[in-house]
Design a protein around this ligand. Structure first.
Ligand code: G3I
Length: 338
């Protein structure tokens, strides 16, 4: 079945053809928005505050993307800051926006060492296991049928490929990962279930560890559907080697792959040369995903430099997104969508 964006593209192509036939010399059709030039889901992380208060932010998001990922609003510390006291306001707002505007949602994220409410760290192993199951079941149950894919387990590896010693790893041992996926499948059987991580774009110790884990999980019949590659890049570190081969090897295991958090930060001040390098990195990310049939999603971690996590985390770096602070497309955008 053709997706809406594909139908739109066929219509645009037919119209262009008819125009050319009629006038022989019609100018090249202007490129459509990003979501119309690909049959992958193309998304952005979204924050509930600007979505509610900035009309231009909302309008560019709606025009360009067909997937949204709540940037912080579904994280455990946000939705259950105190044990048993829930706040779904930001998550609800984003899911409602998606429903009203025909956008797919990537749920982010269920089991993660960061942005954990403090009380989770103080639980016994048995309590932690129960709390983890309840958290997965509650969050996924609330949005059952409205979320296409979930980042079930996030950032569980260190860069050297060993397991991060999170509270889950320390108290529950290796099996917490399989448990999380089984509980997630039970909570919303239709949702695609992903493991997600950063610095796993290329072939390296961390992506090897991720590959070995997901291969084992598949062999054991654990319900995992996909691998999320975050793709937080920086121009000063070079483009990761073996990017497409890495996507290929995950796809060959029978898994979907999603680029889940793409951005390319530069050292400030940005200049034309840096933005050109950034454009080439975004284009390589985009093309590598499109070269592999099972790479089903390309999501960026924010779409405008007006609202990005980068300057707060890496002082002196930024300008990491496809649109500038005035929501004008940058060279990276036009390189992908000329
Ligand atoms: O909401 C509070 C606000 O009340 C308070 O005044 C303010 C003071 O610092 O903090 C606000 O919370 C911040 C939150 O973002 C919302 O803006 C946190 O401090 C800040 O740490 C948090 O950062 C987020 C970060 O994850 C946390 O690790 C970023 O926005 C978010 O973009 C980032 O996203 C992660 C993905 O989830 C996982 N992969 C990496 C990616 C980038 O770090």
């Amino acid at each position: 079945m053709l997706r809406t964006s594909q139908v739109r593209r066929v219509l645009v192509a037919m119209t262009a053809f008819a125009s050319v036939a009629a006038w022989q010399a019609a100018p090249a059709a202007a490129a459509g928005p990003l979501k119309d030039i690909t049959n992958r889901y193309v998304g952005s992380a979204v924050a509930a505050n600007p979505l509610a208060s900035q009309a231009d932010y909302r309008s560019v998001l709606t025009r360009e993307f067909d997937n949204v990922t709540p940037e912080n609003e579904m994280k455990w510390a946000v939705v259950e800051p105190n044990r048993g006291q829930y706040n779904w306001s930001g998550a609800d707002a984003i899911v409602n926006y998606a429903q009203q505007n025909g956008k797919s949602v990537r749920g982010h994220t269920l089991v993660w060492h960061s942005q954990l409410p403090g009380w989770v760290n103080n639980l016994s192993a048995a309590e932690l296991r129960t709390a983890m199951q309840r958290h997965i079941t509650t969050a996924m149950g609330r949005y059952k049928g409205k979320i296409r894919a979930w980042d079930v387990v996030n950032e569980m590896f260190n860069d050297n490929g060993t397991r991060r010693q999170s509270v889950f790893q320390q108290k529950l041992g290796d099996g917490y990962v399989a448990d999380a996926f089984r509980w997630a499948r039970a909570a919303d059987p239709a949702a695609k279930l992903y493991i997600n991580d950063y610095n796993t774009e290329g072939l390296n110790a961390k992506s090897d560890a991720l590959y070995n884990l997901v291969r084992t999980l598949k062999q054991q019949g654990v319900p995992i559907d996909g691998v999320g590659i975050q793709a937080h890049l920086a121009t000063q570190y070079g483009f990761p080697g073996g990017y497409q081969a890495n996507i290929d090897r995950f796809a060959a295991l029978g898994l979907d792959v999603a680029i889940t958090e793409a951005d390319v930060r530069v050292q400030l001040p940005a200049d034309a040369a840096k933005l050109n390098t950034q454009a080439s990195y975004f284009k390589q990310l985009w093309d590598g995903c499109h070269a592999v049939a099972r790479c089903v999603e390309f999501t960026t971690w924010g779409f405008t430099d007006r609202h990005s996590w980068v300057p707060g985390t890496f002082p002196g770096e930024g300008a990491a997104c496809l649109f500038d602070t005035n929501l004008q497309p940058k060279p990276a955008y036009t390189r992908i969508n000329p």
